[in-house]
Design a protein around this ligand. Structure first.
Ligand SMILES: *[C@@H]1O[C@H](CO)[C@@H](O)[C@H](O)[C@H]1NC(C)=O
Ligand SMILES: *[C@@H]1O[C@H](CO)[C@@H](O)[C@H](O)[C@H]1NC(C)=O
Ligand SMILES: *[C@@H]1O[C@H](CO)[C@@H](O)[C@H](O)[C@H]1NC(C)=O
Ligand SMILES: *[C@@H]1O[C@H](CO)[C@@H](O)[C@H](O)[C@H]1NC(C)=O
Ligand SMILES: *[C@@H]1O[C@H](CO)[C@@H](O)[C@H](O)[C@H]1NC(C)=O
Ligand SMILES: *[C@@H]1O[C@H](CO)[C@@H](O)[C@H](O)[C@H]1NC(C)=O
Length: 414
């Protein structure tokens, strides 16, 4: 105990001293970045390029790692911030182009740490194909077959394995928190495996739910019309996935983006496509989030979303073309996912100013849900765009505290 205390005091002072001599990499305002070496609003953040487990250990002191294998052979890594006699067990399931890093990537003000401090046992899985989940029993990442998956397989196989494993380890029903693509995949899990979901999950908390794509405002939608060409080029060049985080190309791009003026170019692109608003995005995280991203994903995920968008409001399975569809699904067009079969409580948190998961589309989803899934209702918030759920200045009051409010309500209902 005492030794631990002494060690942490010593390491604190070493860090404080070391950081004085390291070049500043973060600033509180955009403008300060121009004076990063002199402004008193700038500082050194040691979590640049660090990975999930190490960041957890820095803030909490300990973490656990598990590997699990899905029915179709993918080996996934799960990180855990364990807690003795927890109030509950939560899985924080990350969206696309990122991985578990997104739940710990805002230093001491990350959702994973907040919920852990609130008393939860926290599980942070990484879906197939991301930095920590690149192993398969038979395939390697150089096999095209490895990357032949969309959010369909992530929901149907990864989430089943993850949820079963966490339930087995903890003996407790799970609070499953997701954002963006992981909401899509969790709807697939809970609609195709309704009974299993009901037995294992207490509530799905879905932030920025992406299901029907009728009202997307982000210009990312225009990419849909270029997708046939993109697909052609990808097929020709055998490109199956976005380059991996540690690939030389991504490392170079990342370093370029961290320097002026590339960062501002990157900022403009990301804000256009991914949905973030410069006034809301916290400038303190701009360099930091670039240092952690992007994580690889299969292009099939992107194609599948484009199909949903072009279908004009269907939440449907992957479209392989009429001939193959007939063989796989028994129909020329792919079937829709049976949203009405979901019987696990599903709480939607969506924002009026989200340019990807719009209020209109979230309400379409809510209307389709079974009454059993709607027991906790829904919540519309404002002035938060798609990625602001993670990196917005007001994410704590607008999102995180609302999650805690709901968890308190659910505890009292038991
Ligand atoms: C962070 O941003 C500044 C200014 O844009 C840049 O000069 C610096 O290299 C970045 N820091 C790191 C560690 O990349
Ligand atoms: C970092 O910023 C501080 C102000 O917060 C400044 O005093 C210091 O000189 C800067 N350090 C470096 C290495 O740029
Ligand atoms: C700040 O200092 C670093 C390291 O000394 C240097 O590489 C960088 O160009 C400086 N940045 C600015 C914006 O002056
Ligand atoms: C999990 O798998 C990774 C890579 O496949 C390996 O490096 C790590 O040691 C494994 N961890 C455990 C706890 O089995
Ligand atoms: C892996 O390969 C073995 C031998 O060919 C096969 O029996 C097994 O089904 C494969 N496993 C998966 C998950 O594809
Ligand atoms: C996080 O750390 C900063 C800087 O050390 C501090 O000002 C802030 O209060 C901390 N936040 C939490 C939630 O602990």
């Amino acid at each position: 105990m005492l030794l631990n205390l002494i060690l942490s005091v010593v390491s604190f002072f070493i860090q404080e001293t070391v950081s004085k001599y390291l070049p500043n990499n973060s600033c509180k305002n955009y403008i300060d970045y121009y004076f990063i070496n002199t402004s008193k609003n700038c500082y050194y953040n040691s979590e640049f390029f660090e990975q999930t487990a190490k960041i957890i250990e820095k803030h909490i002191g300990f973490s656990e790692t598990y590997n699990v294998t899905t029915e179709d052979g993918y080996i996934l890594t799960l990180f855990r911030i364990p807690r003795q006699r927890p109030k509950g067990v939560a899985i924080l399931q990350h969206p696309v182009t990122t991985d578990s890093i997104v739940w710990v990537g805002q230093s001491n003000e990350s959702l994973a740490f907040l919920l852990w401090s609130f008393g939860y046992d926290i599980w942070l899985p990484n879906h197939r194909g991301t930095y920590f989940s690149r192993k398969h029993v038979n395939l390697t990442t150089s096999d095209a077959k490895f990357w032949d998956f969309s959010f369909h397989e992530i929901g149907l196989f990864d989430y089943k394995t993850i949820i079963d494993f966490v339930k087995m380890k903890t003996g407790s029903k799970i609070v499953f928190i997701s954002h963006s693509m992981s909401t899509t995949a969790s709807l697939i899990y809970s609609s195709l495996r309704p009974k299993e979901a009901k037995d294992s999950v207490k509530v799905f908390i879905s932030m920025s739910p992406v299901c029907y794509l009728k009202h997307v405002r982000s210009p990312v939608k225009y990419l849909a019309y270029f997708t046939p060409y993109l697909k052609m080029i990808n097929t020709l060049l055998h490109i199956t996935h976005l380059y991996e985080y540690d690939s030389p190309l991504m490392q170079t791009l990342r370093l370029l983006m961290l320097e002026l003026p590339f960062k501002y170019l990157a900022t403009v692109m990301i804000s256009l496509f991914q949905g973030w608003t410069p006034q809301e995005f916290d400038p303190a995280f701009i360099n930091l989030s670039i240092s952690h991203h992007p994580r690889s994903y299969s292009w099939k995920i992107f194609y599948h979303y484009v199909q949903q968008y072009l279908s004009g409001g269907r939440f449907q399975m992957y479209d392989y073309g009429p001939n193959i569809n007939k063989k796989i699904y028994g129909s020329l067009i792919p079937p829709e996912y049976p949203i009405e079969k979901i019987i696990t409580p599903t709480y939607l948190i969506y924002s009026k100013h989200d340019s990807i998961a719009t209020s209109e589309d979230s309400e379409l989803l809510y209307d389709k849900l079974n009454e059993k899934a709607k027991v906790y209702g829904k919540l519309e918030i404002k002035n938060i765009n798609h990625v602001d759920f993670h990196y917005g200045k007001h994410r704590k009051e607008k999102v995180f505290h609302e999650i805690i409010k709901l968890l308190k309500l659910i505890e009292h209902n038991f």
